[in-house]
Ligand binder design. Structure first.
Ligand code: CU
Length: 126
């Protein structure tokens, strides 16, 4: 095998492991939401070209309030859709739009913009 072929393979492998590391690492950014004294699990999600945070961890069976604050006018993020939960909301720009949920079944529930271009995820722990 020629040296340049070996170099190509090494470059490819390190690129692949960087991509794997990147996705593994970004998955670690899940935010665990604490329950307030009133028994509600409340989180603020900033909407600007994406959801921040985009992975949130809650406990099953307790009320959840997601306060979406859409800091842009781009029509992409105008709607947020929870397809697994049959719920959607229109996000008025620069206003806090609460979305109330209660999920009894542990699992992962995705949410996304109306066109499905940007996504987030709720992880419900039992
Ligand atoms: Cu969109």
């Amino acid at each position: 095998m020629a040296l340049d072929q070996i170099l190509v393979i090494i470059t490819g492998l390190s690129l692949a492991s960087w991509v794997a590391w990147y996705f593994w690492f970004s998955e670690k950014k899940a935010v665990k939401i604490q329950t307030s004294e009133g028994g509600i699990q409340e989180a603020v999600i900033k909407v600007k070209g994406g959801y921040t945070p985009d992975v949130l961890i809650f406990q099953a069976g307790k009320p959840i309030r997601l306060n979406f604050i859409r800091e842009e006018n781009a029509s992409c993020t105008e709607e947020v859709v929870f397809s697994d939960l049959n719920k959607r909301a229109t996000l008025t720009p620069f206003k806090t739009i609460p979305v109330e949920l209660k999920i009894d079944k542990p699992g992962e529930y995705g949410f996304q913009c109306g066109m499905g271009m940007i996504k987030g995820k709720l992880i419900i722990e039992g």
